[in-house]
Design a protein around this ligand. Sequence first.
Ligand SMILES: [Zn+2]
Length: 263
Amino acid sequence: MIELLVQSTHWQLLLTALAFVALAGVETLFPLSGDRRHRARRWFANAALFLMGFGAVFMASPLILKGAAWVQGALHFPPLTGLGLPAWLLVVVSFLLIDLLAYLSHALFHGAPWLWRLHRAHHSDTVVDASTGVRHHPLESLAGAALQLMVFAVLGVPLLVVLAYGLITTLWQFVTHAEVRLPETIDRALRLVVVTPGMHRVHHSVRMDEGNSNFGMVLSIWDRLFGTYRRRPAAERAGMALGVEGADRAPSLTMLLTDPLRP
Ligand SMILES: [Zn+2]
């Protein structure tokens, strides 16, 4: 299992680099607002946070997997893989469950004050572009990975689907944060099923009534189902105020790392 995780880690790193370069190219060709403020400082901080989080999760993964196996043994939940579902249905159900959990844990990181402190670094970006997709405090990456792997272990979600979902979200997080001008008809049509840049941009609004909406990771259905879907007309989205009210407009890496200590 560890070997599989290591292999998927290599793929994830490669995909992350390729997806970032591709999306940064698209942002240059079709910019939404073309805002380049503090770009070098932001990209450095976002890349550093990503590498620290990635390294932390990688190093902690044997411990997380042990913990997950212990919780699984203690709870004795009937595993999804033991329900006798046809393979295709097992994959579909697992994908839906994983994406639902991503939605719920994102909402939890907004709702619980001590988890919000960990997630706040992600929202503090005042320009949202592809690099924002990987801007997460390392402790948020660790807590998120531990929480999700525990639940997957208890539910008995196949590890291969978990890893495939990880690769898909590696790509999708860059797409949803991309600073691109996508024709509104396309964005609106895609938004019926998946989270789009237009939909996720509203989630990064400085207004927290909008920040506490559009929690979806890949599928947009959960926001519609649970009433957290918010939209803003395309004309308004380019000039929206983004970030966290009262926060530094261009925090250094040290400030971002120590951000959870602030109230
Ligand atoms: Zn968020």
